[in-house]
Design a protein around this ligand. Structure first.
Ligand SMILES: [Zn+2]
Ligand SMILES: [Zn+2]
Length: 398
């Protein structure tokens, strides 16, 4: 596979393009971040905050998982601006113990009101299965709910200002630092980047059947509010990372020092490259990253080292061994198969059909990633071939 000469992202990465020197457009775009007038951006943020301060029961809404980005975002808004936020968490069902503790400590130390919403698990499982079968992405409920639910809370509480964390320009080329625009979280972006192009109404239509009917109301938490409703509260939904430079490593250092925020193991990723604690909030992350690897030949370790290379914290040579060593089968896959009610060979057949050329996955590979410490604590359901892990059937490569 062709890879960026600098960050090693491969040609199977979504939205990637290479220039004549073999450098990718994401490397180019983040270079531009260095010449953005961050002072002017900060003044915009000052003005935005003052426009909304004190106008409703809360100054703003902060969607919050307890992960590094939302923790930094909450810390920054409360320390720098003394805002009174309503903190909102959509619980995707895969919260890890360390992140729960981090969240609780953060909320207590900062002193903020907190609302948590956990959707119906039986529906979540059906939706996971449907989204996995259609898009090989079982996270529709999470990626829809974490964006739609806080907006619904904004409407209900009449709080127009919402702050999200990291800007998408850091991770993809759908949004870009070069066009120098503030990144708004609107419905276009939601449909393009968040919900796999499947709205709540679509999803209801896909899984509802006469034999097994689904109440339309179960989809309300995943429904993007009507523009009319959002306009009524004069909503303003922005990424904090559009106004201040978003440096993962520095941000994590700050929350570790100021809030005692703790890092954790991330399945399939060597701890020494994830000192900043990326993606430790979700115990399905290892399985999710593995699917990406099976389809595209890269996953989390490559993405993390690409960040480090772009930020000058690693050389391309130092990153390469991590890029070459990833893609091991994560033990969390057994947990996912339990939720999906699927055997591993059924799972492999579905993923295999979505392979992105020129990557070709080796289904004979049997190396496993180490188990993370908390796996025994996760909620589990038995998979159809549970207990068969020693005689696991791998799909034959034709
Ligand atoms: Zn690159
Ligand atoms: Zn998720």
């Amino acid at each position: 596979m062709r890879r960026c000469k600098r960050c090693h992202l491969p040609e199977t990465y979504e939205t990637i393009e290479f220039d004549n020197e073999g450098i990718c457009n994401i490397c180019k775009s983040t270079e531009h971040k260095k010449v953005i007038d961050w002072g002017a951006r900060k003044e915009l943020l000052d003005a935005l905050v003052e426009k909304y301060r004190g106008k409703s029961d809360y100054d703003c809404i902060v969607p919050f998982s307890g992960g590094k980005d939302s923790t930094f975002q909450l810390y920054y808004l409360m320390k720098e601006y003394k805002l009174k936020p309503l903190v909102v968490r959509f619980n995707h069902g895969f919260m890890r113990p360390t992140v729960r503790e981090n969240a609780e400590r953060t909320l207590k130390l900062l002193g903020a009101d907190f609302l948590e919403f956990t959707p119906n698990w039986k529906l979540v499982k059906r939706v996971m299965l449907e989204a996995f079968k259609r898009k090989t992405d079982f996270c529709w409920h999470c990626h829809s709910g974490i964006y739609t639910y806080p907006l619904q809370v904004a409407i209900r509480y009449n709080v127009p200002l919402l702050f999200w964390g990291e800007p998408l320009a850091e991770i993809s080329h759908y949004y870009d630092y070069l066009n120098d625009e503030i990144e708004y979280e609107d419905e276009t972006k939601f449909n393009m980047c968040r919900n796999l192009g499947i709205t709540a109404e679509d999803m209801h239509g896909m899984i509802d059947s006469p034999e097994d009917p689904v109440d339309r109301r179960d989809f309300i938490p995943y429904t993007y509010p009507a523009l009319k409703e959002l306009k009524r509260i004069q909503y303003c939904s922005v990424c904090l990372g559009s106004f201040i430079p978003w440096d993962y490593t520095k941000n994590s250092e700050i929350i570790m020092r100021e809030l005692g925020w703790k890092n954790d193991e991330l399945e399939g990723v060597p701890l020494e490259i994830n000192g900043h604690g990326e993606k430790i909030e979700c115990f399905m992350q290892g399985a999710r990253d593995y699917i990406k690897y099976m389809k595209r030949g890269y996953s989390r370790a490559t993405q993390i080292t690409a960040f480090h290379v772009r930020n000058g914290r690693m050389t391309p040579e130092q990153a390469l061994p991590y890029v070459m060593n990833e893609g091991k089968r994560p033990p969390s896959l057994d947990v996912l198969l339990g939720y999906l009610g699927m055997t591993e060979s059924e799972f492999n057949t579905i993923v295999r059909a979505t392979e992105v050329s020129p990557y070709h996955h080796d289904y004979g590979r049997t190396d496993e990633a180490p188990r993370v410490w908390d796996q025994d604590l996760w909620y589990k359901e038995a998979a159809p071939d549970a207990g068969a892990s020693n005689s696991r059937v791998y799909l034959k490569v034709v």
